[in-house]
Design a protein around this ligand. Structure first.
Ligand SMILES: *Cc1c(COP(=O)(O)O)cnc(C)c1O
Length: 372
C-alpha cells in the first residue's frame, strides 16, 4: 500500500492497482494479439509513475504516452519496455527521442523525413511507428502522403518499422458504420506500407471483435475501469474510489437557500453536509444540483452549485453522516461513467480531471479490499 498526500487532505482518492492489473489481464484474454498499456496524461490522472510499473508487472511490454516528455519520465521506470509517443515527434526533438530509445509515432512525411535524416547521420536505422489517418482526420498520414510513400518507398529508408497503426473514432458504438470503413481504410494502407505489425484497437476497439485486434491493441480507459461499450454492461473492474471528508453539517428550514446564486432552496427541514471537494479538485461545477454521493448505499443528492473548494449534499436521509466523517463521491455506488453522464461528459474527462489535492492511497492487490 503506497500513500501520497497528507492526513489533512479534504478527500481521499483510493486507487486499486490490483483492479487495474486484473483489467489488463482480462483485455489480454480477449485480444487476439498482444496488448499494450496506454498511460498518457499521467495514466489518465492516476500517476503513471505508479500505474505503469504495476501494468508491467501484469505483463505489459509496450506503453503509449502522448508527449515525448511523458516518455522520458517513464523510461527510467521501465528500462526494458517499448515506449511509444502518440503525438509524434516535435521538430528538433529527434536526438533526445532516440537517445532515450523512445519510439515516435510518425504522423506525417515531415516527421518521417526528420527521423530518417537522424538515422542517416547515425548510420543506423531507428525504430518508429507510422500512423495513418483511416478516417478521423486528427493524426497520421493522410491519403495523399501515403500515396507519395507508395510512389517512393525509399522515403522510409532508415525507419525500422515497428508498428503501422491508426485510431478509431467511433469504436464505443459497435454498429457505427465508421468502424468498418476505418478498418477497410487501415487494411488498404497496410498494403501500401512495408510489412510490419499492425495496431488499430483502443479499449473499445477490442470489443468490436477479432477483425479489429491485429497484432497489438492499445487500451487505456478500460484498464482504469471505464466502460468500453456505450450503453452496455461494464465488464471492467472499477479502479478508483473518491471519499470526501464532511467538514460541516447544518440544519436548514423551508425557504433556506444553498450555495452560490441560491440555485437550490429547501422545501422543508433539511440537513446539509459540506465536503472539502470542489471544482478545483475536478468535481466539475456543472454537476451542481445533478450529482449524487453515497453514505453506504444511501444516495445523497448534491444540492446547489459546486464551489471551488466545497460541495453541499442533502444528508437528511443519512443521520450517520457527521462532521469528520466521509462520503463516497465516486466508487462502487457511483461509477465514473454515471458521474460523467450527470456532467454531460465522458468518464475519461472525469478521471483525467481528478485534482492534485487529494490524499492518494494505492492498494496493490485484492480489489475487494478497497472496492467492496
Ligand atoms: C488515447 C488513445 C488510445 C487509448 O484509448 P482508450 O479509448 O482510452 O482505450 C489508443 N490509441 C490512441 C491513438 C489514443 O490516442
Amino acid at each position: 500500500m503506497a500513500r501520497t498526500g497528507t492526513d489533512h487532505a479534504g478527500a481521499r482518492l483510493e486507487i486499486d492497482l490490483g483492479a487495474i492489473q486484473a483489467n489488463y489481464r482480462a483485455l489480454k484474454a480477449r485480444a487476439r494479439g498482444a496488448v499494450a498499456a496506454v498511460v498518457k496524461a499521467d495514466a489518465y490522472g492516476l500517476d503513471a509513475g505508479i500505474v505503469a510499473p504495476a501494468l508491467a508487472a501484469a505483463g505489459a511490454r509496450q506503453f503509449f504516452v502522448a508527449h515525448l516528455d511523458e516518455a522520458l519520465a517513464l523510461r527510467p521506470l521501465l528500462p526494458e519496455a517499448e515506449i511509444f509517443v502518440l503525438n509524434g515527434l516535435p521538430a528538433g526533438a529527434e536526438a533526445d527521442c532516440a537517445a532515450a530509445r523512445v519510439i515516435p509515432v510518425l504522423n506525417s512525411l515531415g516527421q518521417i523525413d526528420a527521423w530518417t535524416a537522424l538515422a542517416r547521420r547515425d548510420g543506423a536505422a531507428l525504430p518508429a511507428a507510422v500512423q495513418v489517418d483511416s478516417g478521423m482526420s486528427r493524426l497520421g498520414l493522410p491519403a495523399a502522403e501515403l500515396a507519395r510513400i507508395a510512389a517512393d518507398p525509399a522515403r522510409l529508408d532508415g525507419v525500422a518499422l515497428r508498428l503501422v497503426m491508426s485510431h478509431l473514432g467511433c469504436a464505443d458504438t459497435p454498429d457505427h458504420p465508421m468502424n468498418r470503413r476505418q478498418l477497410a481504410a487501415f487494411e488498404a494502407a497496410r498494403r501500401v506500407l512495408p510489412e510490419a505489425p499492425a495496431s488499430l484497437a483502443n479499449s473499445s476497439g477490442i470489443f468490436l471483435g477479432p477483425d479489429f485486434h491485429f497484432d497489438l491493441a492499445r487500451p487505456g480507459a478500460a484498464l482504469y475501469g471505464i466502460a468500453p461499450v456505450a450503453g452496455a454492461e461494464n465488464p471492467m473492474l472499477p479502479s478508483v474510489r473518491l471519499m470526501a471528508r464532511v467538514i460541516q453539517t447544518r440544519e436548514i428550514g423551508a425557504g433556506d437557500a444553498v450555495g452560490y446564486a441560491a440555485s437550490w432552496t429547501a422545501d422543508g427541514p433539511r440537513r446539509i453536509a459540506t465536503v472539502a471537494v470542489g471544482y478545483a479538485d475536478g468535481y466539475l461545477r456543472c454537476l451542481g444540483n445533478r450529482a449524487t454521493a453515497f453514505a453506504g448505499a444511501t444516495p445523497l443528492p448534491l444540492v446547489g452549485v459546486v464551489s471551488m473548494d466545497t460541495a453541499t449534499f442533502d444528508v437528511t436521509g443519512a443521520p450517520e453522516v457527521r462532521e469528520g466523517g466521509w462520503i463516497e463521491l465516486l466508487g462502487p455506488n457511483q461509477s465514473l461513467d454515471a458521474l460523467a453522464t450527470e456532467a454531460g461528459t465522458i468518464g475519461y474527462e472525469i478521471l483525467t480531471s481528478l485534482g492534485g489535492r487529494y490524499a492518494r492511497v494505492y492498494a496493490d492487490a485484492q480489489p475487494e479490499r478497497l472496492i467492496a
